[in-house]
Design a protein around this ligand. Structure first.
Ligand code: OGA
Ligand code: MN
Length: 205
């Protein structure tokens, strides 16, 4: 593990322990981001991805008023090399926080995500049921040259305050899935990310 990565994981563990969230810049290098941006999945985008729903399987309803993103779940075994680079960093992150925060994370589930222009995800909590196995939410952004005026901030609600996070290329945001409500504000550009959750039990697809 190189020094920068170790430093980033320390920063992440400290943030989660102290505030329930952490923002890590350059989690992916510009080259690593570019390799993911260029995957067919993101290039074909809306043709290939499915409209995201709310809730599980049969109860799933697609609700424009709540969220407008398109997603494609990633199968770790058959993922493209560019994605495997990210997934292996997630595995190292899991090992690190398990050791340093005494968590017992076992697995992750992740999807590629596109928010078309003008779409959003209203204020919500990622862990919507008590039996949910999502412990930490992890989102890595893939948007080069993103500016404040492009919008698309992740807004995290912390007590009476809010923290706005721009979806900058290579930036990773990690937060407590059971604790922190958040929303995605509409953007004037298409907004790409890899969204995932660290689980306290193995994930089977
Ligand atoms: C989600 C979510 C935040 C983001 O997919 O549940 O809240 O910044 N995403 O994309
Ligand atoms: Mn969420």
């Amino acid at each position: 593990m190189n020094d920068l990565f170790k430093q980033q994981l320390n920063q992440l563990a400290d943030g989660i322990a102290e505030a329930g969230y952490a923002i890590i810049d350059d989690f992916l290098s510009p080259e690593e981001v570019q390799n993911i941006q260029q995957l067919d999945g993101f290039k074909n985008g809306l043709l290939q991805f499915k409209k995201a729903g709310i809730g599980k399987s049969q109860e799933k309803q697609i609700n424009e008023a709540i969220r407008g993103d398109y997603i494609q779940w990633i199968k770790p075994e058959s993922a493209e090399p560019a994605l495997k680079v990210y997934l292996s960093k997630l595995n190292e992150l899991i090992a690190f926080v398990n050791q340093n925060l005494y968590l017992s994370l076992k697995d992750f589930e992740v999807h590629q995500t596109i928010y078309p222009i003008g779409t959003f995800y209203k204020r919500h909590l990622d862990q919507f049921k008590k039996e949910d196995h999502r412990k930490l939410s992890v989102i890595c952004y893939l948007n080069s040259d993103w500016k404040e005026s492009d919008g698309g901030q992740l807004r995290i609600y912390i007590g009476n305050e809010t923290k706005d996070v721009l979806p900058l290329a290579g930036r990773l945001v990690c937060f407590r899935s059971d604790l922190l409500e958040h929303e995605v504000l509409p953007a004037t550009r298409e907004r790409l990310s890899i969204t995932g959750w660290l689980l306290d039990q193995p994930h089977f697809i």
